[in-house]
Design a protein around this ligand. Structure first.
Ligand code: UD1
Length: 421
């Protein structure tokens, strides 16, 4: 067990290069099962969620070659068999639900432990179930069972209206429908860049997915798919996390490997606060920014302000001047970072699911606990801003999603270390 120790309060400068997107790669790896062939993924981030998915794939019989330094995974899924998957690994991450869609598509059957992931309040999977059922699968689940079994030997395409905009349910439906008979239409689909990334891989593997990135996706099922090569898109959430940090503490920080369009709503918010930036083709330079204004944030589905970025931007909000609030309409209970930031001296609280802050705040280092992935990122940012020493425990949450965070921050001048507990 380790903790992160930061001696904060020092300005930072230099370059940070963004890695491949966690929320893409966690779907791309299960998606390779559909190929029944060899798929090469490039730009794979070195994060523990990838580690867990590789272990699960190997248990199923996949042969996985990992070239960690190059960020390359070569996955051969020809010898994969659909067998009940162990609970421990499966419930360590949310994205394990993608095995349901991929196994159902290829084998007509999946037995997968119930998904886990960060505690952001209730995270139901009814839309996934509804979509599988519409395609002709049925779900076997004993009361209090630790796994979910879906059976559907003859999936048939149909029109599925998603009652809520869901990233996971949209991707899972695309996976299963790729091998269904006939046309599936997903209405009210999520439009996140990660959905386009998964559709691109599926198409490169021989599927026919059209309209990804809009709210109507059409998938014409096919009997066979094949190997492909694919490069994962840059992680817009990692980019947003470091942009916010650079805005708070930067003396000239360049964030590289960014797709600006994926971050438009986030960058608009930084501009509203008065953050000075130079936007280039695939990088953003954040200049030293002072006299920032407090802003309000409402999280909504893409292309609106991402729920995954509301926690990482919070320490920056505390460096502005004025009062503001955050409302997370996707996960109302995503507020676990608030009491930890308060322990560091922030004037921040939660009132009826609304986060309220009054800035500027002098943050001071303290012992704090990462309660989930993005709350952990918020604490790292707060630790870099705060005067004195911040010690963060429960850092396994942070390592699930931030590739080489210690090295990347050290390179821009942060005094940060991983220390044995
Ligand atoms: C994904 C991301 C997560 C991000 C979230 C919202 C991955 C691995 N995780 O999670 O980082 O915070 O999108 O952008 O990509 N819902 C239902 N029923 C369902 C499914 C979802 O009611 O069957 C609700 C959820 O409770 C939530 C909303 O729909 O309020 C959106 O959730 P969804 O987009 O599905 O999130 P995930 O795919 O789990």
């Amino acid at each position: 067990m380790k903790k992160i120790v930061i001696n904060g309060g020092k300005r930072i400068s230099g370059k940070i290069t963004i890695s491949g997107a966690k929320n893409s790669v966690v779907a791309l790896i299960p998606a390779t099962i559909l190929a029944n062939d060899v798929v090469t993924l490039e730009g794979v981030p070195d994060i523990s969620d990838v580690e867990s998915l590789i272990e699960i794939m190997e248990i199923m019989g996949a042969k996985v070659e990992r070239h960690r330094e190059e960020g390359r995974l070569v996955i051969d899924t020809r010898s994969v068999v659909s067998r009940p998957l162990p609970y421990g690994k499966i419930n360590s991450l949310r994205a394990s639900y993608y095995f349901n869609g991929a196994l159902l598509g290829r084998f007509g059957q999946a037995t997968v432990g119930l998904p886990g992931g960060c505690d952001l309040g209730p995270r139901p999977t009814d839309l996934h179930d509804k979509a599988f059922k519409a395609l002709g699968a049925r779900k076997l689940q004993q009361e209090e069972a630790e796994h979910l079994e879906v059976i559907g030997d003859h999936l048939v395409g149909t029109t599925i209206y998603m009652d809520m905009v869901s990233v996971g349910a949209t991707i899972n439906t695309m996976l299963a429908a790729s091998r269904a008979k006939g046309l599936t239409v997903i209405e009210n689909a999520a439009r996140e860049p990660e959905i386009i990334d998964v559709a691109t891989l599926l198409n490169n593997m021989g599927a026919q997915v059209r309209g990804a990135g809009t709210d109507t996706i059409r998938i014409l099922g096919t009997d066979t798919m094949h190997g492909a090569q694919h490069t994962v898109i840059p992680d817009r959430i990692e980019a947003g996390t470091y942009l916010a940090l650079a805005a708070a503490m930067g003396d000239g920080v360049v964030i590289e490997n960014i797709i600006y369009e994926h971050l438009e709503s986030f960058i608009a918010k930084l501009e509203e606060m008065g953050v000075r930036m130079t936007i280039r083709e695939d990088s953003i330079e954040v200049h030293k920014s002072e006299n920032l204004k407090a802003v309000n944030i409402t999280t909504v589905p893409y292309p609106g302000f991402a729920t995954d970025l509301q926690q990482p931007i919070t320490p920056l909000l505390l460096q502005t001047k004025g009062r503001g609030w955050i409302v997370d309409t996707i996960y109302e209970k995503r507020v676990n970072h608030v009491p930890e930031l308060a322990r560091m001296g922030a004037d921040i609280s939660v009132l009826e699911d609304r986060i309220i802050y009054e800035a500027p705040n002098e943050l001071t280092g303290n012992q704090v606990k990462a309660t989930d992935l993005r709350a952990g990122a918020a604490l790292v940012t707060a630790g870099v801003i705060a005067q004195g020493k911040t010690e963060i425990t429960n850092i396994e949450f942070i390592l699930r999603g931030y590739d080489h965070i210690i090295e990347k921050l050290t390179a821009v001048g942060v005094d940060i270390q991983l220390v044995d507990l």
